[in-house]
Design a protein around this ligand. Structure first.
Ligand SMILES: [Zn+2]
Length: 152
């Protein structure tokens, strides 16, 4: 799954979670802002794909990619794990921030973790579909879609 599709899936998920949070009174207008403070960077800049040298986010970080050592474990390994991924990708700033006594709102963590899990889930669904659906079916669907586009 590419960067644009991941970002779109995460933003749609964040909007749905925001609506649910507001409707169920788990979020207020103030905590909604904190939720989106967690959502935006973990959708656009700090994603699980920092473990791949060819990903868009790795190129954004360039030589300052502090997660580069995780690429040695392989793409879709540690940073794509449902527990270790958020621990590593959030812990690098959370632990020092808590250590110096900074107040961290739980909504920021919730926004960040939900976006990382959304990324992992969409990766899993996309890969699962690629494995389940035979290539000949995919080619056939693409052929039909091309034909429809030509007619329209
Ligand atoms: Zn990924």
């Amino acid at each position: 799954m590419n960067y644009k599709h991941h970002a779109l899936a995460c933003i749609i998920t964040a909007i749905i979670l925001s609506i649910i949070g507001l409707a169920t009174n788990h979020l207020t207008t103030e905590t909604l802002v904190y939720f989106w403070i967690g959502v935006i960077p973990y959708t656009l800049v700090i994603t699980c794909d920092l473990d791949s040298a060819s990903s868009v986010v790795t190129k954004l970080f360039g030589p300052f990619n502090i997660f580069a050592p995780f690429a040695d474990f392989g793409h879709r390994e540690v940073l794509h794990h449902y527990a270790w991924g958020p621990f590593v990708l959030i812990g690098w700033w959370l632990i020092p921030a808590l250590w110096i006594g900074y107040t961290i709102h739980i909504e920021i963590i919730a926004g960040a973790v939900s976006m990382l899990w959304c990324h992992m889930f969409t990766d899993m669904v996309y890969s699962g579909c690629k494995r389940v659906v035979p290539k000949c079916v995919v080619k056939g669907v693409k052929y039909v879609v091309k034909g429809i586009k030509r007619v329209c």
